[in-house]
Design a binder for this molecule. Structure first.
Ligand SMILES: O=P(O)(O)OC[C@H]1O[C@H](OP(=O)(O)OP(=O)(O)O)[C@H](O)[C@@H]1O
Ligand SMILES: Nc1ncnc2[nH]cnc12
Length: 175
């Protein structure tokens, strides 16, 4: 018998030990991308609660671009790439944040985010929550309002929801 969407996502995401550095168990979502049926179901599940409720989908680099752009198309709205530092030609607005393995900065083209836009933030993995929290802060700095944060997979032990307190966070599959 076919399992639930969450069970099938968890069975498909691949654990890679010691990547990108010793001690980290990396959640590799590429097998989900390779499964056309599961990918379509995941994108639809991400989009369903937000039909008519968002003006823009923001995807977090890099894997959030893949799911986010697909969700934006499913919702019939535009897509805003939230990029790592130095990738956008600008002018940009940016926020620094800490990662499970290092630190980083995310940036957007604020002129592509209309004032007051209702934004859905999409990524593949929620770990410490640093990336998603930085993305949410960035959208608010630019005058947008965050409707929710959608992730394919949440690593509950890393407690990402603490950094995202006050935001609606939904994960399709939690480990
Ligand atoms: O909740 P956090 O602890 O912030 O971690 C989650 C983030 O980490 C991964 O991206 P990564 O920074 O590895 O970048 P990449 O997608 O460009 O490889 C993942 O795709 C999320 O964006
Ligand atoms: N363990 C992990 N797997 C995949 N992406 C991550 N981002 C931060 N921690 C991660």
């Amino acid at each position: 018998m076919r399992g639930s969407l969450a069970e099938r996502i968890l069975a498909t995401v691949r654990d890679v030990e010691d990547f990108p550095q010793p001690g980290v168990t990396f959640k590799d979502i590429t097998p989900v991308l390779a499964d056309g049926e599961l990918l379509a179901e995941a994108v639809q599940a991400h989009a369903d609660p937000y039909r008519g409720r968002v003006d823009l989908v923001a995807g977090l680099e890099a894997r959030g671009f893949i799911f986010g752009a697909a969700v934006a198309m499913e919702l019939g709205v535009g897509f805003l790439p939230v990029r790592k530092a130095g990738k956008l030609p600008g002018p940009t607005v940016g926020v620094d944040y800490a990662l499970e393995y290092g630190s980083a900065r995310v940036e957007v083209h604020a002129q592509d985010l209309p004032d007051g836009a209702r934004v859905l933030v999409v990524d593949d993995v929620l770990a410490t929550g640093g990336t998603a929290a930085a993305g949410c802060r960035l959208i608010e700095l630019c005058g947008g309002s965050v409707v929710a944060v959608e992730v394919l997979t949440e690593i509950a032990a890393l407690d990402g929801r603490t950094l995202l307190e006050g935001y609606a966070v939904r994960s399709l599959a939690t480990v």
